[in-house]
Write a protein that binds this ligand. Structure first.
Ligand code: FES
Ligand code: FES
Length: 168
């Protein structure tokens, strides 16, 4: 099958990948580029495990054709923070008990990041709505909502400490 060369920026780094027209973005990220944090859960857009940000907007990579995202900027869970400097959504979920087996966690982190980027102080209803496409079999969701609240506090504290540089 004919392959097309596509250029993507993933977590701030430029990549060029030769992909067949039907290759999914999730497969390009995981197989070609090694970003395995995004998970394959259902493969039919019903679990949210594969969520990534594309030009800042949350998107399900299991139903996105990679060839449609030429020159786009993609953020996976690997791009949120570092081991020495966790993103507030990462530290919120780690300390709030929002992750148990962890399979769903990257999707929840990406959806939470997208929420806080557009609404730094969401209500519980807004949190529930923003995470309604992400499924978790382990936590019962209450710890997830508590983790998001912790992330909100930490993102606000980080912004207050560094108003010019901090993002949610
Ligand atoms: S694997 Fe993409 S939504 Fe489930
Ligand atoms: S923590 Fe196991 S599925 Fe969510």
């Amino acid at each position: 099958m004919t392959k097309h060369l596509i250029k993507l920026k993933v977590n701030g780094e430029p990549y060029e990948v030769a992909v067949p027209p039907n290759k999914l973005l999730l497969d390009v990220l995981r197989e070609d580029l090694g970003f395995t944090g995004s998970k394959r859960g259902c493969d039919d857009s019903s679990c949210g495990c594969c969520a990534v940000l594309i030009d800042g907007a949350p998107m399900l990579a299991c139903v996105a054709l990679a060839s449609s995202y030429q020159d786009c900027e993609i953020t996976t869970v690997e791009g949120l923070g570092t081991l020495d400097g966790l993103h507030p959504v990462q530290s919120g979920f780690a300390d709030g008990g929002g992750s148990q087996c962890g399979f769903c966690t990257s999707g929840f982190l990406i959806s939470t990041k997208a929420l806080l980027d557009r609404n730094p102080q969401p209500s519980l209803d807004e949190i529930r709505e923003a995470l309604s496409s992400n499924l978790c079999r382990c936590t019962g969701y209450m710890q997830i909502y508590e983790s998001v609240k912790l992330a909100i506090e930490r993102a606000a504290a980080r912004k207050a400490a560094n108003p010019a540089g901090a993002r949610s």
